[in-house]
Design a protein around this ligand. Structure first.
Ligand SMILES: Cc1cc2nc3c(=O)[nH]c(=O)nc-3n(C[C@H](O)[C@H](O)[C@H](O)COP(=O)(O)OP(=O)(O)OC[C@H]3O[C@@H](n4cnc5c(N)ncnc54)[C@H](O)[C@@H]3O)c2cc1C
Length: 417
């Protein structure tokens, strides 16, 4: 194998490149990344980067010394547009191509958008450039911030905006945020963190549309504006409010749309890869094409697609091993894990929860509907066995329980809790 190309120059792409070298690949390594930046860490974007506690240097994932050691050709600010049927030629923006013997797909996911969200003051939060734009705007003194979507990124962004002193409201279409991740009981407990953080949470109601006004004009809604014939398009307009489906209008100087992410598979249309909410892979990250593996947020590995930092860092080792072996010799066995920092609390979750699982507080308490002052540890159980564990501010017992779960032991039976 003379050339391996990694498409996607972020977390899982960097880890794949490291693994290629660590596992002995000494040929030509090409890394293609659409963003102009060297790999950086996304979790701080909604947390310390937004609040100003971390700068770009702090969130960099690699430095000049390591980059040199990887001995890779970095094609940054370059988008892959297509892949030939055999997976041996990557077509780049501008018509250039890279011929390759093997390919690692690490193109992650993009923030979902709302129709009509192209007003100034409306943001998504996926990239460093997104975070810079939001941070700069907040610094100019946005008073009312509305976050659309109460998932992890929405909640973290709301928490950061509140910490910066903005008046924040979160709008969530479902009756409760985070239910698919945490189940209804613990989702309710975690939702109470918004209230504790002084952030309004409106649930069970959708967004009808965004209101905007010409940047220098008075407030008018989009549908009320008619542009003079012959003009090229609307002047620059800024968001002024969020209209809910019951007709209420929340005033807004800044809006963050946090309604999930879509895997970046568009460039693979027409290739021989199976695509369905991600690149379909076996348990070892191998795709339908030999010599092509997929890792991170874009990969649906063994039927599951995770959007978690830990999966994106654990899959590359296995994927690269299989790539170099030419077949699946190892499968990804790690236990799903994610964390989220909100309102000064750390939420951690590990395991595979099923809707029928029951949940029990094993340590700490729920006080007034929210995690108690000493946090809590909750276990999810099915047929008397623990399937998953959740912690709010109880990192040590959580890590013990996570370890036990990962090695297949029951943390309750092994008296870790
Ligand atoms: C704001 C934020 C906060 C988060 N916080 C947490 C957290 O607290 N805990 C947690 O577990 N996880 C968190 N995550 C999730 C975690 O960051 C992701 O799981 C991780 O970044 C996935 O890495 P990846 O390399 O697979 O994909 P990405 O990080 O999405 O990187 C994919 C890269 O590929 C590039 N690309 C896409 N298409 C192309 C193309 N056609 N050609 C070339 N390049 C392309 C993209 O520009 C991007 O740079 C957070 C994510 C975000 C956005």
């Amino acid at each position: 194998m003379r050339t391996v190309t990694v498409v996607g120059a972020s977390l899982s792409g960097l880890y794949a490149a490291r693994e290629l070298r660590a596992q002995g690949f000494d040929g030509r390594l090409v890394i293609v990344g659409e963003e102009p930046h060297r790999p950086y860490d996304r979790p701080p974007l909604s947390k310390d980067f937004l609040t100003g506690r971390a700068d770009e240097e702090r969130i960099a994932l690699t430095d000049a010394e390591e980059s040199a050691g990887l001995d890779a050709e970095w094609l940054l600010g370059v988008r892959a547009r297509g892949l030939d049927a055999r997976g041996r030629t990557v077509l780049l923006d501008g018509g250039r191509t890279v011929s390759t013997d093997a390919l690692v797909i690490a193109t992650g996911a993009s923030a979902r958008r709302l129709p009509g969200d192209d007003l100034a003051g409306v943001h998504t939060l996926r990239t460093l450039d997104d975070a810079r734009a939001l941070r700069d705007e907040l610094a100019q003194g946005a008073r009312h911030v509305v976050v659309i979507g109460g998932g992890f990124i929405g909640a973290e962004t709301a928490s950061s905006c509140a910490a910066l002193g903005h008046d924040v409201t979160v709008v969530e279409a479902a009756p409760l945020p985070l239910v698919p991740h945490l189940g209804p009981e613990m989702a309710a407990v975690c939702a109470a963190l918004h209230r504790r953080g002084g952030v309004g949470l409106i649930t069970g109601i959708g967004v009808a549309r965004l209101h905007g006004a010409p940047v220098t004009g008075s407030e008018v809604t989009g549908s009320e504006i008619t542009w003079p014939p012959g003009t090229e398009g609307p002047p620059s307009r800024a968001v002024t409010g969020v209209e809910l489906s019951d007709g209420r209008v929340l005033p807004a100087d800044s809006v963050i749309v946090g309604i999930g992410a879509t895997p970046n598979t568009g460039w693979l249309a027409g290739s021989a890869l199976a695509l369905h909410d991600g690149v379909l892979c076996d348990d070892g990250c191998a795709t339908a094409l030999p010599q092509v593996v997929a890792v991170g947020d874009v990969a649906r590995v063994g039927g599951h697609r995770a959007e978690h930092w830990t999966s994106a860092t654990e899959q590359p080792r296995v994927a690269v091993r299989n790539l170099l072996a030419g077949r699946t010799v190892e499968t990804v066995r790690s236990l799903p894990y994610f964390w989220s920092d909100q309102y000064g609390s750390r939420i951690q979750f590990a395991g595979r929860r099923h809707v029928s699982d029951t949940v029990r507080i094993a340590e700490g308490a729920v006080e007034d509907g929210a995690p108690g002052a000493d946090g809590l540890l909750a276990v999810y159980e099915r047929d008397g066995r623990t399937t998953a564990v959740l912690s709010v501010d109880r990192p040590r017992p959580f890590m013990r329980a996570r370890r036990e779960l990962a090695r297949g032991a029951d943390p309750v039976e092994s008296a870790a809790l």
